[in-house]
Design a binder for this molecule. Sequence first.
Ligand code: CTP
Length: 406
Amino acid sequence: MLKDRNILLIIGGGIAAFRALELIRRLKEQGAGVRCILTEGGAEFITALSVAGLSGEKVFTDLFSLTDEAEMGHIRLSREADLVVVAPATANLMARMVAGVADDLATTALLASDKPVMVCPSMNVEMWEKPSTQRNVAALEADGIICIGPDSGSLACGEEGAGRLADIDLIVAEITALIGTGARPLAGLKALVTAGPTLEAIDPVRFIANRSSGKQGYAIAEALGRLGAATTLVSGPTALRVPRHVTRVDVTSARDMLAAVEDALPVDVAVCVAAVSDWRPETPAGSKIKKNSGAPPALKLVENPDILAALSAPSNNRPQLVVGFAAETENLVEQAQAKLASKGCDWIIANDVSPDARGEVVFGADENSIHLITADKVEAWERARKSVIADRLAHRIADALTRKAG
Ligand code: CTP
């Protein structure tokens, strides 16, 4: 809840400015007071009138106004908020923040602020990936500014990639975790998440792996951390950044992953999202296998340890709640129910990995469609972005653990 909390929202000039309206609405629903600065660029995309209508407050624009300064100086504007949020944050606005420029109301208020600042970037993928933008984001983070997103997906400009404003749900969740009341139900508890693929060496240059991107597991680790759990993410090789609120332990093979998981115990909840290789070559070759060494090599495979089953087995170290994933392409619910029984875990998230109607696969995608399966229930969750599913799951986990404790 954000009751009695005040947020100063700076709306930058990007195509995602219209989503700031939804953000205002959601923050108000949570009880927050929201005052807005609409930059000159922002006002090209949305009107001050709609911002005022939703926030229920006078909107401050980037034109310096004697009346505004007399009624509410830029220093008071930034000081009376508990948090300053910049959404969408454009590449230009971030660059000016890094440089300490104060040439309009937004940057002046940011410079005058003595409160936490959160930026939610949104821009074209090329602009986001430019070394200059990446340097600026790193500089902002080094200055203690919280950076949320951006997400990847299809962009307003028609291109694909990173640059979408983070989900409004996610931004609201981060704001709530930061300044909300009763927002950290997992505080004092420990969580463990496995994610990503494992790589099993064939020889020093080749390996067996799979298509897992790690996105869903990373989002779940971040969501558990956001709710206050001390979260360890044991991850196979991925291209993802370490999520916020999480300690990441990097591993390569299934056996490394099991060892890292055992090191992280005891925990209150474990969520196994990793796509662990079921098998590994029995004896990886010590040097590169050459084509001219005769017939194609026969790979003798042996089974890898089952990390989920090991965590679920009764022991003094068993987490209170063990959650597994079942990635299936057919008979989703039946297969997942069978997996729940065979692994001995408490919940299974059944994940349909068959191509969707558009022929897109879930691996590497930003959305997911799942069922939550417990010993006595099957719930179909509506298709949503992986970050939204993660947040929902983290809240369910918090409910289950706090009910058990209560
Ligand atoms: N899992 C694990 N260790 C393994 C294999 C799987 O921890 N060696 C976990 C995964 O992280 C996931 C669940 O078990 O939470 C199910 O993984 P999945 O690959 O769907 O199932 P498998 O047990 O490998 O069964 P199959 O491939 O035959 O469907």
